[in-house]
Ligand binder design. Structure first.
Ligand code: CAO
Length: 440
C-alpha cells in the first residue's frame, strides 16, 4: 500500500477556479478516470478524474475553494508502491497524456425555471464536503452536470439511461418535464426558501402544550378541501363587497309566503337572488364563463346553471340548479328544497353537482356581515350572501328603516377587472332592490 498525494493537474489557461462539486469523500474507493471533483470557471465546467484506482483517505479541499494547477486535493491509498510519485508527478502522471480535465462548452441556455420547479442549486453548493454532494452518486458528463445545475435538477433523482446508468442530457430533460407535467412531485424547497414552491407549514407536536385528539377529516371535507385549495392556488381572487336594499323584495316574499306554502314551497331570499344573478350574468357574460386551460381564451356559456353551496353535517357540497333563466320562483324554491334535502341526506349524485356556470354561497340564514367566498374554479365568479338587517338609511331628508342585505362577489382577476366587478355587483343589487326590472 502506498499513499499518493493528488494535485490539480494541468487545466489549461485557467487559474483560481471554483470547486463546485466534490464527487467523492474520505473512505470512498475510486477507479482510474472516475470523476472526483468538478471545477467551474466563468467560461467552462470541467471534471477532474482520478489518476489512479484506490481509496480516498484524506480530502483536503471543500466546495467553494479556489484551485489552480498544482493545488493539493487529496490522498489516495493505492495498492503496491507503483503510484507513489512526487506530488507534481501525480498531477501529471506518467501516462502518455495528462489527466483528462474534460472541458465543456457552456450548457445550453435553459428556459427560465418555472414556479413549480424550485432551484436548489445554492443549497446544494453549501452542502459540506463528504456529505453526499448533489449528484455525487450519479455518473454524468460535465456538460450534463452543468445543465442539471442550471435547471436546479438533483442528479441523484435523475434516472440515467446511458451506458452503466450514466445520466444523459435527455434524462435531465425528461426529469424536468415530468415535474412540470405533474407526473413527478417537485422536490421541496429547502427550508421553504430559495425556490418558488409553497413553503411547508411547520409540523408541531401540539401535545407538548396540552391534551390533543386527532380526528380524521370526513370524505366530503377531504374532497372539497382539494377543490378549494386548487382554486385558492390557481385563481387570482378579488372580492368585491356590496349591499343592497331588499325592503320591497322581502315585503313581496312575505306577501307570497302563504300562497307559496299552499304550493308546498318555502320562499327564502335566495331564489330571488338566483333570478337577479342570472339577469346580471346575461348583462355581464364574462361572469358566466370559464378560462381555457391554457389561460388564453374565455369560454362563454349560454346556459345559466347556478351552483348552490349547501352546508351538510359532513361538509360543504355544491349541487347545481339548471336553467335558472327558464324557471319561476316557485319552481326554483321547490328544486332548492329537494337538492338541499338530498345534500343533507348524502344522496347527491355526481350529475347533481356538475355543469354549474356560477355559484352562490348563502350564509344569510345564519348570520355574518360579509365574507370572501372562494371561486368554484374553473368558474369565474361566486357570490356570497350574508344576513339582511334593518338599518337606518338616509333618503335625502331623513333616515328610513330599510332592509339591507350585504353580499360579496369573488372573481378571477384574469377574466374580470375591478370596474367590471363592481358594475356587476351594482347591477345585481339594483335588480334585487327593484324586482320589476327582471321583467324588462
Ligand atoms: N338575510 C336574512 N335572512 C335570510 C337570508 C338573508 N340573506 N337568507 C335566508 N334567510 C332566512 C330565510 O328566509 C329563513 O328564514 P324564514 O324561515 O324566517 O323565512 C332562514 O334564514 C333560513 O333560511 P335557509 O338557510 O334555510 O334557506 P336558504 O334558502 O336561504 O338557504 C341553503 C338554503 C341550502 C343554501 C342553506 O340552508 C345553506 O346550507 N346555507 C349554508 C351554505 C354554506 O355553508 N355556505 C358557505 C360556503 S363556504 O364554506
Amino acid at each position: 500500500m502506498a499513499i499518493m498525494q493528488f494535485h490539480i493537474p494541468d487545466i489549461g489557461d485557467f487559474d483560481s477556479v471554483d470547486v463546485i462539486e466534490i464527487l467523492v469523500g474520505e473512505g470512498d474507493t475510486v477507479n482510474v478516470d472516475d470523476s472526483m471533483i468538478t471545477l467551474e470557471s466563468d467560461k467552462a465546467t470541467m471534471e477532474i478524474p482520478a489518476p489512479v484506482s484506490g481509496k480516498i483517505v484524506k480530502m483536503a479541499i471543500s466546495v467553494g475553494d479556489k484551485v489552480s494547477e498544482g493545488t493539493y486535493v487529496c490522498d489516495i491509498e493505492v495498492a503496491g508502491d507503483a503510484a507513489a510519485p512526487a506530488p507534481k508527478e501525480a498531477a501529471k502522471p506518467a501516462a502518455p497524456e495528462a489527466p483528462k480535465a474534460e472541458k465543456t462548452v457552456e450548457a445550453p441556455k435553459a428556459a427560465p425555471a418555472p414556479a413549480a420547479a424550485p432551484a436548489p442549486v445554492a443549497a446544494a453548493e453549501q452542502k459540506p464536503v463528504n456529505k453526499q454532494p448533489m449528484g455525487a452518486a450519479s455518473h454524468a458528463s460535465p456538460s450534463v452536470r452543468a445543465f442539471a445545475r442550471k435547471l436546479g435538477a438533483d442528479l441523484t433523482e435523475v434516472k440515467g439511461t446511458g451506458p452503466k446508468g450514466r445520466v444523459q442530457l435527455a434524462d435531465v430533460e425528461s426529469y424536468i418535464k415530468s415535474i412540470l407535467t405533474g407526473a413527478k412531485a417537485a422536490p421541496a424547497a429547502a427550508g421553504g426558501q430559495g425556490g418558488m414552491g409553497i413553503p411547508p407549514v411547520p409540523q408541531i407536536d401540539f401535545s407538548q402544550f396540552g391534551a390533543t385528539e386527532t380526528v380524521e377529516l370526513g370524505r366530503i371535507k377531504k374532497i372539497s378541501g382539494k377543490f378549494l385549495h386548487t382554486s385558492w392556488l390557481n385563481v387570482p381572487h378579488v372580492t368585491q363587497f356590496d349591499e343592497c336594499d331588499i325592503t320591497e323584495m322581502d315585503q313581496f316574499r312575505q306577501d307570497m309566503k302563504g300562497a307559496a306554502e299552499k304550493q308546498g314551497v318555502k320562499l327564502t331570499p335566495l331564489v330571488f337572488v338566483m333570478k337577479a344573478v342570472v339577469k346580471a350574468l346575461q348583462d355581464f357574460p364574462n361572469f358566466n364563463a370559464s378560462l381555457s386551460p391554457d389561460g388564453q381564451s374565455l369560454i362563454k356559456k349560454s346556459y345559466y346553471n347556478i351552483g348552490i353551496a349547501v352546508d351538510t353535517p359532513n361538509g360543504l357540497v355544491v349541487p347545481v340548479v339548471r336553467n335558472v333563466d327558464q324557471k319561476g320562483i316557485y319552481e326554483l324554491s321547490r328544486e332548492l328544497m329537494v337538492i338541499s334535502a338530498k345534500a343533507r341526506d348524502g344522496k347527491l349524485t355526481p350529475a347533481d353537482m356538475s355543469g354549474g356556470s356560477f355559484t352562490i354561497s348563502s350564509l344569510g340564514g345564519i348570520g355574518g356581515t360579509q365574507f370572501t367566498p372562494i371561486v368554484n374554479a374553473p368558474e369565474v365568479a361566486i357570490m356570497g350572501l350574508s344576513k339582511a338587517k334593518m338599518q337606518p338609511v338616509w333618503n335625502g331628508k331623513e333616515f328610513e328603516p330599510r332592509l339591507m342585505m350585504p353580499f360579496s362577489v369573488s372573481y378571477d382577476h384574469r377574466v374580470v377587472d375591478g370596474a367590471e366587478g363592481v358594475r356587476f355587483t351594482t347591477t345585481v343589487g339594483q335588480y334585487l332592490t327593484d324586482l320589476r326590472q327582471l321583467l324588462l
